[in-house]
Design a protein around this ligand. Structure first.
Ligand SMILES: *Cc1c(COP(=O)(O)O)cnc(C)c1O
Length: 395
């Protein structure tokens, strides 16, 4: 079931659905490793690619196929591969298209494991990299070398919610024949469309908003048919990052409610950002939906909303940040994000603890920096939770 004219809320409930002979309402879970053929000739034809159909679950399977098709509709992509985690998607998207001697330019503000893939893993195979401050287009231009093949970025970034001008980066990449990979987790597929902005490949950790209820890991890589056929198809088949069909089903159920959740989460994030901005114990608030975001002009061009995350800095540093987190009742301390439950984390001691002090400072992460992932709870209850917890902060 597919219609390009459907709006996202409809696509996410009906897109890509194929029903078995039983005509089930909810998508079926096909927990099967293999598939049987009516005859030897049928098996031969399937392997030759002369007939449509599945061969082995590492290559593709019916529940995963529904998830991939639904994600393609939402993203406006021609093809996709669902992976076992967001990192499987990122690693595959980068490594499948590069060889020794190639060069990656990446924004330095990346999810920790993504930075490890670029800085530590890729060089082991002779792939060079340059990390830059991705906010300024001239840095992308300056970092280009004759062997540059991939530009990699995340926008908004974790945790300080800086943005990268995707359209500008794509223009520079196209001029030198490089591919732009966007990790679109923080924006969600609803609030930012990297392919429309000129990016070539989009990756998600489906673990975040797409599941949205803290249940399973998953990821997805989306691009045009040609890139997937040329670079990802064989890599994916033979290295085996495939998503479990059970998790594909969980994600299919998750994305049915993605628009409802992201709308409520974004509203809650905006309300909390405005509340925190007025508080004496808070030094600054960064929220892409606020007019005082330093890159509000780029955000207005490339995002349809302010996102579900808020970053803020406590005046009293680490001590105040810890006291605040410990005093919250509804909002839970967790490094996950995109969940229907509001989650808060202190990046300097958790998600970004492995970076040097200088690298953290470069990213704008101070001892007082706190990241909130807004859930779908009642916004007034969340504001009340913050108001009460702030009273407990004495630093
Ligand atoms: C969580 C996350 C990842 C990694 O995803 P997993 O599903 O945990 O493997 C990659 N990039 C970003 C921006 C993330 O938030």
């Amino acid at each position: 079931m597919m219609s390009k004219n459907w709006r996202p809320a409809t696509q996410l409930v009906h897109g890509g659905t194929t029903r078995s002979a039983h005509g089930e309402t909810s998508e079926a879970i096909f927990l099967t490793q293999g598939f049987v053929y009516d005859s030897s000739e049928a098996a031969e034809a399937r392997f030759k690619g002369e007939t449509e159909g599945f061969i082995y679950a590492r290559y593709g399977s019916p529940t995963n196929d529904m998830f991939e098709k639904r994600m393609c509709m939402l993203e406006g992509a021609e093809d996709a591969r669902a992976t076992a985690s967001g990192m499987a998607a990122v690693a595959a998207a980068i490594l499948c298209q590069l060889r020794a001697g190639d060069h990656i330019v990446a924004a330095r503000a990346l999810f920790g494991s993504c930075r490890w893939v670029v800085e530590t893993l890729a060089p082991k195979y002779g792939i060079e990299f340059t990390l830059i401050d991705g906010r300024f287009l001239e840095n992308w231009e300056k970092a280009v070398k004759p062997n540059t093949k991939v530009f990699f970025l995340e926008s908004p970034t974790n945790p300080t919610l800086e943005v990268v001008d995707i359209e500008g980066v794509a223009r520079i990449a196209n001029a030198v024949g490089a591919k732009v990979i966007v990790d679109n987790v923080f924006a969600t597929p609803l609030l930012q469309k990297p392919l429309e902005l000129g990016a070539h490949i989009v990756v998600y950790s489906a673990t975040k908003h797409i599941d949205g209820q803290g249940r399973c890991l998953g990821g997805v890589i989306l691009s045009d048919k040609e890139w997937i056929a040329e670079h990802l198809h064989d890599y994916f088949r033979h290295t085996g990052p495939a998503l479990s069909p059970f998790n594909a089903w969980t994600l299919l159920k998750g994305i049915e409610t993605l628009p409802l959740r992201v709308r409520q989460q974004s509203e809650n994030a905006a309300t909390i950002a405005d509340f925190l901005a007025e508080q004496d114990k808070v030094a600054k608030v960064i929220y892409p939906g606020r007019k005082d975001h330093p890159q509000a002009d780029i955000i207005a061009r490339q995002m349809k909303g302010g996102s579900t995350l808020v970053c803020f800095e406590m005046k009293g540093g680490k001590e105040a940040a810890f006291a605040l987190q410990n005093a919250l009742e509804i909002i839970k301390i967790s490094n996950n994000l995109g969940d229907s439950k509001s989650l808060i984390t202190h990046p300097a001691t958790t998600t970004h603890k492995n970076l040097s002090d200088e690298a953290r400072a470069e990213l704008g992460i101070s001892p007082g920096t706190v990241r909130l992932s807004a859930g779908i709870e009642d916004s007034q209850d969340l504001v009340d939770d913050f108001a009460r917890a702030l009273k407990a902060v004495t630093a």
